[in-house]
Design a protein around this ligand. Structure first.
Ligand SMILES: Nc1ncnc2c1ncn2[C@@H]1O[C@H](COP(=O)(O)OP(=O)(O)OP(=O)(O)O)[C@@H](O)[C@H]1O
Ligand SMILES: O=C(O)c1ccc[n+]([C@@H]2O[C@H](COP(=O)([O-])O)[C@@H](O)[C@H]2O)c1
Length: 193
């Protein structure tokens, strides 16, 4: 079984997440995408973060496609750092081929993550474009470190079976939607109500 993991705050879930998951399902020929709703991104402030149950419910309501599964499994695993999540997921699901999915903004910030080079040795990455982040991601420290591990987009179907480090930049239509913009819009409409 081939599973794409899309970790996120989902504060709130939105069409950008859904498009990314659908694109990855198709291009990487995945069986499922798990939306890993984070108990708390270690790099994001707690202020303004909706409760986990509300964020999970929003992610669950994104689609009726049963291949896209929203889960709070990190709460049950007791993990917040992705490197720890991957280690425990591998132990729990030894036969699954995992791929870590992310937008270009996350790939650009990856060197700030805990043990990011170890993480890169533990799972292949698929990076999807996001307006205004692509150049930064492709010229960033992670891209540079793993320049020899980048696979061409035409080899996308092979990525889940590749040994890490391996990564791919998948071409896809771009969407400039963000949770930040959605929260700001809600804030504005409350202020004028
Ligand atoms: N519009 C988008 N295009 C591409 N990737 C996206 C998009 N929105 C979110 N993602 C990706 O989805 C994952 C989870 O994102 P997250 O839940 O932080 O949403 P966000 O819109 O980036 O939130 P925020 O604005 O609060 O930082 C990340 O890998 C992120 O790069
Ligand atoms: O492991 C880390 O150090 C780390 C630091 C920041 C973010 N992450 C993960 O990155 C994913 C995207 O987070 P977010 O909040 O940008 O949607 C989510 O799964 C987080 O747990 C992981």
């Amino acid at each position: 079984m081939r599973v794409g993991l899309l970790g996120g705050s989902f504060n709130p879930a939105h069409a950008g997440h859904l498009q990314l998951a659908q694109r990855a399902l198709r291009q990487l020929r995945l069986d499922q995408v798990w939306l890993l709703v984070s108990p708390g991104n270690p790099l994001k402030p707690v202020t303004g973060m909706a409760p986990l149950d509300r964020r999970l419910a929003g992610a669950q309501a994104l689609t009726r496609d049963r291949r896209i599964v929203a889960t709070d499994i990190e709460r049950h695993l007791g993990t917040r750092y992705t490197v720890d999540t991957l280690r425990k997921l591998r132990r729990r699901f030894p036969l699954v081929q995992f791929v870590w999915l992310m937008g270009a903004d996350v790939f650009a910030e990856l060197p700030r993550w805990r043990r990011w080079t170890r993480l890169g040795r533990s799972v292949p990455f698929a990076v999807l474009p996001r307006p205004s982040y692509n150049q930064r991601a492709l010229a960033g420290q992670a891209a540079l470190r793993w320049r020899h591990a980048r696979r061409p987009a035409r080899e996308a179907v092979m990525l889940p079976a590749c040994s890490a480090p391996s990564w791919i930049f998948l071409p896809a239509p771009q969407n400039d939607i963000s949770a930040t913009a959605l929260r700001a819009a809600v804030g504005r409409s409350r202020a004028t109500a």
